[in-house]
Design a protein around this ligand. Structure first.
Ligand code: 13P
Length: 247
């Protein structure tokens, strides 16, 4: 089975006004011809305009979350169908900021992933341990448990990725060692293979958490690292493009 095509996705989180669309334009210009697939996941209000602006370029646009229902009485929420209707092709699900801040469980993430697939979106499902869990020696068990609980059977044969984002590495400047990343990515790969069989080898396993131009090359060339989910460093085209070029 061929190695997955790498994916470098920028998670803008709750950052970006319409003026930031210029940054997306610069990313698209600089990413042309890249070896990786490149995606930007901006705040929902920018998705439609960004999709129109980037149509005809190689850069994909994604959401950062979606509800498990397609429509209904869910004040303030956005569905996968709405993201797809706005032009998004991917969606991040189960980010630790949603698991922690909005009490999203594995079961909720799995339902959201099913909704994303039903809407034709490619899910990026996030998993990752806290510092306490790592210190207690539970990181592998926690993360593989999240993979089992958050990825529904419907993913078999579909395009998706898993993003390993240690909670303690997000926005902190801290990163696991390369061998810790490789150990975790190998464990996730083995779990995917048990769950979905040989076809899951096409799903990239992304690393996320303080990826920046200075550490991207080492991280992206580690075993079983199939790309990156980038927060802070995706907000500036120059930094994000340096990461894209490190693939
Ligand atoms: P940082 O790259 O800012 O650490 O954020 C990582 C992340 O949470 C991406 O989803």
């Amino acid at each position: 089975m061929a190695a997955p095509t790498p994916l470098i996705a920028g998670n803008w989180k709750m950052n970006g006004l319409r003026a930031s669309l210029a940054e997306a334009r610069a990313i698209a210009n600089g990413a042309a011809g890249s070896r990786a697939r490149v995606a930007i996941c901006p705040p929902n209000l920018l998705i439609h305009q960004m999709c129109e602006m980037l149509s005809g370029t190689e850069v994909l646009v994604g959401g950062q979350d979606a509800h498990w229902e397609m429509s209904g009485a869910f004040t303030g929420d956005v569905s996968a169908q709405m993201l797809a209707d706005a032009g998004a092709k991917l969606v991040i699900l189960g980010h630790s900021e949603r698991r922690t801040g909005y009490r999203e469980t594995d079961e909720i993430v799995a339902r959201k992933t099913q909704a994303a697939l039903a809407a034709g979106l490619e899910p990026i499902v996030c998993v990752g341990e806290t510092l306490e869990e790592r210190k207690a020696g539970h990181a592998l068990a926690v993360v593989t448990g999240q993979v089992r609980g958050s990825l529904p059977a419907d993913l078999a044969g579909k395009a998706f990725s898993v993003a390993y984002e240690p909670v303690w590495a997000i926005g902190t400047g801290l990163t696991p060692t390369t061998s810790e990343i490789e150990e975790m990515h190998r464990a996730i790969r083995a779990t995917l293979s048990e769950m979905f069989g040989a076809a899951s080898a096409a799903a990239p396993i992304l690393y996320g958490g303080s990826v920046k131009p200075s550490n991207a090359r080492e991280i992206l060339h580690a075993a079983e690292v199939g790309g990156a989910l980038v927060g802070g460093a995706s907000l500036k085209a120059e930094d994000f493009l340096a990461i894209v070029r490190a693939v």
